[in-house]
Design a binder for this molecule. Structure first.
Ligand SMILES: [Cu+2]
Ligand SMILES: [Zn+2]
Length: 197
């Protein structure tokens, strides 16, 4: 068949429209992944603020403003269970606030400092406020929104990310011990927020 000029023009137009429709449907799919959020409470139930978790370009942007925290540096992690119970108990029955949130989010079974849930320290000013903004490519919504969910936890103490040089060891223990490798010695859990869609 001999193609006329109008047929070729129409063919090109149809191709352009089809390409445009593919782009439109791809952006519509991306728009379905809405931000998650965590409303953070302290052990007394006071609302300290909200952290938003937004997927951007294959990373999670974790941002928010919190108040009512003790000044200084605090360990800050995503923990692997979405339960923030200030009256949670350990195996001995002792109350350990927010122990219900489990350990650091860690689907790849690595050591602390490499957990998917490990985040940079929160720095809290003398007025008890902090603005946090971090882009993480270690965590993702698949791990966060698994069957038992996940929670953001703020600790009482700074996190050392298991970065204990071997020269600090004593008594034949080389470098960080199991507690350091598990949690970075960031102490008790002072605030918690369940991550929700
Ligand atoms: Cu933690
Ligand atoms: Zn960790």
């Amino acid at each position: 068949m001999r193609l006329t000029r109008p047929t070729i023009v129409l063919g090109i137009a149809a191709t352009v429209i089809a390409s445009w429709m593919v782009v439109q449907s791809a952006s519509a799919t991306a728009a379905i992944v809405r931000p998650a959020k965590a409303v953070v409470h302290d052990v007394n139930g006071a609302n300290l603020g909200t952290i938003v978790i937004q997927p951007i370009g294959g990373k999670l942007r974790i941002s928010g403003h919190l108040t009512g925290l003790a000044p200084g540096f605090h360990g800050f992690h995503i923990h692997g269970v979405g339960i923030c119970d200030p009256q949670a108990t350990d195996a001995t029955g002792a109350v350990v606030p927010f122990a219900s949130a489990g350990s650091h989010l860690n689907p790849a079974a690595t050591t602390h400092g490499h957990h998917a849930g490990d985040l940079p320290l929160l720095y809290v000013s003398a007025d008890g406020t902090t603005n946090s903004l971090v882009d993480s490519d270690a965590a993702n919504f698949t791990a966060i929104f698994d069957a038992d969910g996940a929670a953001l936890i703020i600790h009482a103490l700074p996190d050392n990310y298991a970065n204990i040089p071997a020269r600090y060891s004593a008594g034949g223990v080389a470098g960080p011990d199991t507690a350091t490798l598990g949690t970075g010695d960031s102490g008790g859990r002072v605030a918690c927020g369940v991550i929700q869609r």
